[in-house]
Design a protein around this ligand. Structure first.
Ligand SMILES: [Zn+2]
Length: 178
């Protein structure tokens, strides 16, 4: 007979592996995270654009919209963080399908009470100019960060190793509806 500790460990391992595989297989089917926005509201070349302020390269896209326009969750997921975060200003981070964190920045001061389980299209706040967007045209900075590295995405570009984690949101929104 095996000690009970081993089978419990095995069971825990099965749960973890199942969660990782299930998370990886969940369909993303992202919507544009600014309500009413279209693919014309961001520059497709802005991802990994350089030079880009203190970040060096731009690790997301900027979706331009009028201040106060509703920001919605691109994908369903679990709320990881909501609040002020450095140069991002007021930010929301949601862990979505495929083990990717969706990061929404520069929201205005009006905070929405984001639930723990976020539905696709759920309200996250409003477009604003918080953080280092102060004094600039209002926009939503939207980034997608993979929890697990994606080695085939490595590139010789500046900070190319970070491409293992940062996914081009324009690519994910390719087939997105408004
Ligand atoms: Zn940005």
């Amino acid at each position: 007979m095996k000690p009970p500790g081993v089978s419990r460990l095995k069971a825990a391992l099965v749960v973890v592996v199942t969660a990782i595989v299930a998370g990886a297989l969940l369909p993303e089917a992202a919507v544009i995270p600014v309500r009413g926005a279209t693919a014309r509201d961001w520059n497709p070349k802005s991802f990994w654009f350089e030079p880009w302020g203190v970040s060096g390269v731009h690790k997301g896209i900027d979706i331009f919209a009028r201040e106060g326009r509703a920001v919605q969750s691109a994908v369903p997921g679990v709320l990881l963080y909501q609040g002020p975060l450095g140069i991002g200003g007021n930010v929301v981070a949601v862990l979505g399908p495929k083990w990717r964190v969706h990061y929404y920045a520069h929201l205005n001061e009006t905070q929405v009470d984001v639930p723990l389980f976020v539905a696709r299209g759920a309200s996250l706040g409003e477009v604003g100019t918080s953080g280092n967007a102060r004094g600039k045209p209002p926009h939503l900075h939207y980034a997608i960060i993979s929890v697990f590295p994606l080695p085939w995405r490595f590139s010789g570009a500046t900070q190319g190793w970070k491409r293992l984690f940062f996914v081009d949101p324009g690519e994910v929104l390719g087939g997105a509806q408004t």
